[in-house]
Design a binder for this molecule. Structure first.
Ligand SMILES: NC(=O)c1ccc[n+]([C@@H]2O[C@H](COP(=O)([O-])OP(=O)(O)OC[C@H]3O[C@@H](n4cnc5c(N)ncnc54)[C@H](O)[C@@H]3O)[C@@H](O)[C@H]2O)c1
Length: 358
């Protein structure tokens, strides 16, 4: 990423020493922390204390939690607050929270006065392994998710693994969806590591989680540094997402969380690869067995209708000229570039995936 390269600091108890990293990166004196209520309650105080010790002036914007927040309306409210406070271009916005806060605060940082300083302090596993890496920021539109945004890199990312102790189990599972994905698309050894230590990771073992976060960031960074703006290569990160997004949509974004939908999406898309004779039965089984060990809700209550799912799939931004395109696994650790898949294979894979879940 050339001059847009930035470090990701990963470790425990980093928040209490946040100020040190701001000094190291010559961040200007004015900071605005954007966070949500759940995170603020637990982690705002130690960060502010550390920043004030280093003579930073800190303002905070605390929002209610939830995906609904990632809207033009909330962004507008933040812009108004920044203007009322006379925030200048030398200021820096800190996104303290999960992917919702990271995307929203990053979008504001990218656009306020055509771009001000930006630092990410991700507090969910998903944000630490995925959304804080790669520079995508944005908001939702009532008609579609993540449709308005920018590529905007932070000065640095501070991923404190200690904060994962308070993360609800379901959120941890959502992050694991992306972790499993990295193993399947790029790194067999990493897949095997996650396979071996899955139970420990889901129980919140910090040593295991730290390795998982480090390797996931490295793997995502390899892809993003070669293809920042989503040409061909970055599309491999979308493995499991074409069908996953449609499943998420069919539950109106309330029934399945994103990471859970991606886990199902990976089962379905691996089944397509198997039907197309691109992956062996043994490798497909191993992927399924790994995913089945992660507790995710059964799809049964969704009463999935293929006609609705296919409409959602065709709306996906990965569909080109009406043809459904996806990245498919060739073996654990290697995927194809996006390729066209005929509709009957998609339909069959959705029937197949219905039998999974707890
Ligand atoms: N920019 C990207 O590249 C990218 C990639 C993947 C996902 N995303 C986006 O990320 C968003 C999802 O992010 P998410 O899964 O982190 O959800 P989230 O930000 O909604 O956080 C999940 C919940 O956990 C709470 N929380 C956060 N940290 C906590 C902690 N340490 N302890 C206790 N509770 C905590 C939050 O308040 C929230 O209720 C979606 O909007 C998605 O589009 C972006």
């Amino acid at each position: 990423m050339g001059d847009r390269t930035y470090p990701i600091y990963i470790g425990n108890n980093l928040l209490q020493n946040a100020g040190k990293y701001f000094i190291r990166h010559h961040i200007g004196r004015t900071l605005i922390i954007v966070t949500d209520e759940n995170v603020a309650r637990r982690y705002l105080h130690p960060i502010i204390k550390s920043l004030k010790k280093k003579n930073y002036s800190v303002q905070t914007i605390i929002l209610p939690p939830g995906e609904k927040l990632k809207s033009l309306e909330t962004a507008g409210k933040i812009f108004s607050q920044l203007l009322l406070w006379n925030i200048e271009r030398s200021a820096t916005i800190i996104a303290l929270g999960g992917g919702v806060i990271g995307d929203l605060a990053g979008f504001v940082a990218a656009t306020y006065q055509r771009g001000i300083g930006f630092v990410q302090i991700p507090t969910t596993l998903l944000a630490q392994v995925d959304s804080s890496v790669g520079g995508k920021v944005g908001i939702n539109h009532p008609l579609a998710k993540n449709m308005i945004g920018a590529f905007y890199q932070p000065a640095f990312v501070l991923a404190d693994t200690s904060v994962l102790r308070t993360l609800p189990k379901r959120e941890l599972i959502c992050g694991m969806g992306e972790v499993v994905k990295y193993g399947i698309i790029m790194d067999r050894q990493f897949f095997e590591y996650v396979e071996r230590y899955l139970v420990n990771a889901l129980a919140g073992d910090e040593k295991i989680l730290t390795h998982i976060i480090e390797r996931s960031c490295e793997l995502k960074a390899v892809v993003v540094s070669k293809d920042e703006k989503e040409g061909h290569l970055r599309a491999i990160l979308n493995f499991g997402h074409t069908i996953g997004h449609a499943l998420e949509h069919s539950g109106h974004y309330g029934f399945l969380r994103h990471g859970e939908a991606i886990l199902y999406g990976m089962i379905a898309e691996t089944q397509i690869a198997f039907e197309l004779k691109m992956i062996s039965f043994e490798q497909k089984e191993r992927i399924e067995q790994m995913i089945q060990r992660i507790p995710i809700p059964s799809l049964a209550p969704l009463k999935l209708k293929y006609s609705k799912l296919i409409t959602a799939i065709k709306k996906d931004k990965k569909v080109k000229d009406g043809s459904i395109r996806m990245t498919l696994p060739l073996k654990i650790g290697k995927v194809s570039l996006p390729m066209s898949v005929a509709e009957p294979f998609v339909q069959q894979s959705i029937e197949y995936v219905k039998i999974f879940g707890i």
